[in-house]
Ligand binder design. Structure first.
Ligand code: IPM
Ligand code: MG
Length: 362
């Protein structure tokens, strides 16, 4: 049966990098018989410009009808002065919430060819393979009350709420433990239980859950220490599970271990493994339209989409192999460029991945 994919290019470099991912999907259709049908929708600033809202109802309808969603990135200076309720980021947060995509998987894998692109010493990062499991539809990102209020004396005060219920903690914990069972069977739960009651509960629930997974080794780490350990000795981690905001921050740090944030894909899944797939980087408005952005994170997001939402493990592996191949060939976009390599544009990188894919069909 033909599967439906919704493609949401978004803003900034979004359209450019998504175009390369679509090339890859087209190649899979033509050379490997992948049965998918693509539809396009608007999100973020592009949606705001066209409809006055960063997440139009039409986009949500398409997303609900699709088997999976591929997203580029949202946001840019053009929309920064808008009211927070209609900013591009609200479109992204809105679609995550509406589709109940509570489980955000952010693998940080170092491709051996890029060991020297990391700002850390090669021996610290070589062989790195971490999976960050970030809770995506709760915590301080969505907690109420929130806002900016004016106090009696006229001074303004901003406030947000960090909030997690036991069931929310348990379901993200389960995802982490299940993934750990397929990997090295180690879970590090990151919290700030020495200060925040909410994450004290987080720790307690994780501990209780661990009893259901006797083969998995659970440890706990405070977020400040986790940030330090990530750059000190990142290979100590297998699966990291944490809340929305800590996960946002730690995954950017983890990305740099791999050489560039331009390399990291992500999957955001609901209870049924329906998902949205996007690079973890942003819309990079400063380089938008210049064909210098790295499309590999988006292309690798397609691999995750095939693996988690379409059950196409083989094709997912083929994409990952093709990415390895282009790196072996020495092709580099600006963000991962190093001496002696060949600098390529966004489009050339996409074409090279497609060529490497087609090579595998022969
Ligand atoms: C991410 C991004 C988003 C987030 C922004 C754009 C709202 O930083 O996906 O990591 O904070 O979740
Ligand atoms: Mg982020």
């Amino acid at each position: 049966m033909t599967k439906k994919l919704l493609v949401l290019p978004g803003d900034g470099i979004g359209p450019e990098i998504v175009a390369e991912a679509v090339k890859v999907l087209d190649a899979l259709r033509q050379a490997f018989g992948l049965a998918v049908e693509l539809e396009r929708g608007l999100i973020g600033g592009a949606a705001y410009d066209a409809t006055g809202h960063p997440l139009p109802e039409a986009t949500l309808d398409l997303a609900r009808a699709a088997d999976a969603v591929l997203l580029g990135a949202v946001g840019g200076p053009k929309w920064e002065s808008l009211d927070i309720s209609v900013r591009p980021e609200k479109g992204l947060l809105g679609i995550r919430a509406a589709l109940e995509l509570f489980a955000n998987l952010r693998p940080a894998v170092l491709y051996p060819q890029l060991a020297s692109a990391s700002t850390l010493k090669a021996e610290v990062v070589s062989g790195l393979d971490i999976m960050i499991v970030r809770e995506l539809t709760g915590g301080i990102y969505f907690g109420k009350p929130r806002g900016v209020r004016t106090l009696a004396g006229g001074e303004r005060q901003g406030y947000n709420t960090l909030i997690y219920s036991e069931s929310e903690i348990r379901r993200i914990g389960k995802v982490a433990f299940e993934i750990a069972m397929q990997r090295d069977r180690r879970v590090t739960s990151v919290d700030k239980a020495n200060v925040l009651e909410c994450t004290e509960l987080w720790r307690e629930v994780m501990q209780t859950l661990a009893a259901d997974y006797p083969q998995v080794d659970l440890s706990h780490m405070y977020v400040d220490n986790a940030a330090m350990q990530l750059v000190r000795a990142p290979k100590q981690f297998d699966v990291v599970v944490t809340g929305n905001m800590f996960g946002d921050i730690l995954s950017d740090a983890a990305a740099m271990l791999t050489g560039s944030i331009g390399m990291l894909p992500s999957a955001s899944l609901d209870e049924q493994n329906k998902g949205m797939y996007e690079p973890i980087h942003g819309s990079a408005p400063d380089i938008a339209g210049q064909q210098v952005a790295n499309p590999l994170a988006t292309i690798l997001s397609v691999a995750m989409l095939l693996r988690y939402s379409l059950g196409e493990q083989m094709l997912a592996q083929r994409i990952e192999n093709a990415v390895q191949r282009v790196l072996e060939l020495g092709l580099r976009t600006a963000d991962i460029y190093s001496e002696g390599c060949q600098r390529v544009s966004t489009g050339q990188m996409g074409d090279a991945v497609v060529a490497a894919l087609l090579e595998q069909s022969r």
